[in-house]
Design a protein around this ligand. Structure first.
Ligand SMILES: Nc1ncnc2c1ncn2[C@@H]1O[C@H](COP(=O)(O)OP(=O)(O)OP(=O)(O)O)[C@@H](O)[C@H]1O
Ligand SMILES: [Mg+2]
Length: 376
C-alpha cells in the first residue's frame, strides 16, 4: 500500500535524529560521569539542550542542588581536552551553559579600536578578542578600578598602551605612573607622566585634589555621578609596575582614590608582576576595591592567579605561556587574546587621529629638583 511508505520514512528519520542526539549528548555526559561531577546524593547535572553555534556547541544544563559553576570550572581542562575545544561557562541560578569553541586565537591580534562605536560610554577600552572573534570592550566608568597581573613579558604594558590610546581617542585625560620609565615616556606629549618617587607623590596629590574638587561639585549640584555635570572630563590614572612604589604616603593616596574617586569620574588601573606581594600594606588593602581583573600568564603560580581572579580561581595559573592570552573578570569571566600594541604604533595612531597634545604651563614646584612642566 503506497500510503504507508512515507510514514515509515518519517519514523526512520526521526529515529535516526534521536539516535544522533543521544550520541552527541553522550560525549559531555561521559566527562561529567568520569570526573564525578555530582552532588552528595550522586545526582548529576541534566543536559537539557544543546545548540550549535558559529564557534562550537552550547550545552545547557539544569543543576541539581549542591552543584554549581565552580564544579564545572574546576574541571574545565577535562572538558577542554575531551571536547578538543575551548570552554566558557555561564550560569544563572540552576541553569548553566557550557559553551565550546573550536576556533583558536591568532598569535598576534593587531590593535584596532574605534571608540566612536561606543559613543554611549564615558571611557571605552578594548580588553581583547574573544573566542567568537569579537572585540570585548568595557567602560572604565563602570568598571571603576582595575588590577592587571601576570609575570614579566606577557602583555600587561601592551594592554595598558592600548587602553591609553582608547581613552585619549575618546577625549579622556590620562595620567601614568611608570617607575620603569621605558614604555610611557615616549607618549609624554599626550599624557601626564610620573617617574621618580617625588613625581609620583605629586601626581597622586594632584589627583586626590581633583577628586575632592569633583566631590564638592557633585555635592553642590546635588547629583551622584560626574556624568551629570557639564564639562567634566573622565580621567584615568594608570600605575604600571605598581609594586615598585615603596613610599607609604603614596599608597595612602592610592587607597583614598580607589575608595572614593569613582563617583567623581576618576578611574585607577594598577598593573604588577607581583599581585600577591606584600611589599606594602597599602597594596594588600586596596586590592578589594579594584573590581575589574585582568590576568596574564602566571607561570603556574596558583596564588597569584587567586589574588587576581579571586579565591579558589586558579585559571590564571593554567594559562598557556602565550603573550597576550588573558582572563578578564568583571561580573563574568572570559578567556581573551589582547590586541598587541607598542609605543611607536601608539604614537602613530594618536598622530593619525589628530589627538591633541597636553597643554603645559610652567609651574614652579616647591621642590627645586622636581621643577617640570605640569599639564594644566
Ligand atoms: N597582546 C599581545 N599579543 C602578542 N604578543 C604580545 C602581546 N602583548 C605583548 N606581547 C609580546 O610580549 C612582549 C612583552 O610585552 P609587555 O611589555 O606588554 O609585557 P609586560 O607584562 O608588561 O612585562 P613586564 O612585567 O616585564 O613589564 C612584547 O614586546 C611583545 O613581544
Ligand atoms: Mg610592563
Amino acid at each position: 500500500m503506497p500510503a504507508v511508505k512515507p510514514d515509515i520514512i518519517g519514523v526512520a528519520a526521526s529515529l535516526i535524529t534521536w539516535g544522533i542526539k543521544q550520541l552527541k549528548g553522550k560525549g559531555i555526559q561521559d566527562v561529567i560521569e568520569a570526573v564525578h561531577l555530582q552532588n552528595k546524593e550522586g545526582v548529576r547535572p541534566i543536559l537539557r539542550k544543546e545548540h550549535k553555534t558559529a564557534a562550537g556547541i552550547d550545552y545547557v544544563f539544569a543543576l541539581p542542588p549542591g552543584v554549581d559553576r565552580t564544579d564545572f570550572e574546576t574541571n574545565r581542562h577535562y572538558f577542554e581536552s575531551y571536547l578538543n575545544s575551548f570552554v566558557e561557562i555561564e550560569a544563572t541560578g540552576r541553569k548553566l551553559i557550557l559553551k565550546t569553541y573550536k576556533a583558536n586565537f591568532k598569535e598576534i591580534e593587531p590593535y584596532a579600536f574605534n571608540p566612536m562605536q561606543y559613543a554611549n560610554m564615558l571611557a571605552p577600552f578594548p580588553i581583547g578578542i574573544s573566542l567568537d572573534g569579537k572585540v570585548k570592550v568595557a567602560d572604565m566608568s563602570e568598571v571603576y578600578h582595575m588590577l592587571i597581573g601576570g609575570v614579566t613579558g606577557y602583555g600587561k604594558t601592551s594592554q595598558l598602551l592600548g587602553m591609553v590610546v582608547a581613552f585619549l581617542l575618546h577625549g579622556c585625560k590620562v595620567s601614568v605612573i611608570d617607575k620603569k620609565a621605558i614604555d610611557f615616556p615616549i607618549l609624554e606629549d599626550y599624557l601626564e607622566i610620573a617617574i621618580s618617587e617625588d613625581e609620583v607623590l605629586t601626581m597622586l596629590k594632584r589627583t586626590v585634589n581633583e577628586m575632592e574638587k569633583r566631590a564638592a561639585m557633585l555635592r553642590a549640584a546635588k547629583v551622584q555621578k560626574v556624568q551629570r555635570l557639564k564639562g567634566v572630563q573622565y580621567q584615568v590614572l594608570i600605575i604600571d609596575e605598581a609594586a615598585d612604589i615603596e613610599d607609604n604616603a603614596s599608597w595612602e593616596l592610592i587607597d583614598k582614590l580607589v575608595r572614593k574617586a569613582r563617583a567623581g569620574g576618576i578611574g585607577v588601573i594598577l598593573a604588577t608582576q607581583k599581585p600577591s606581594a606584600n611589599t606594602s600594606k597599602g597594596f594588600t588593602d586596596i586590592r578589594s576595591n579594584l573590581a575589574g581583573r585582568l590576568c596574564y600568564y602566571c607561570n603556574g603560580d596558583a596564588n597569584d592567579s587567586q589574588v587576581i581572579l579571586g579565591k579558589g580561581n586558579s585559571r590564571g595559573s593554567e594559562l598557556p605561556a602565550i603573550a597576550g592570552r588573558c582572563i578578564w573578570k568583571w561580573r563574568t569571566e572570559e578567556l581573551l587574546q589582547s590586541m598587541f600594541l607598542d609605543a611607536d604604533r601608539a604614537i602613530e595612531i594618536l598622530q593619525a587621529n589628530n589627538v591633541s597634545k597636553v597643554v603645559r604651563e610652567f609651574e614652579q614646584c616647591t621642590n627645586e629638583h622636581t621643577e617640570r612642566f605640569i599639564p594644566g
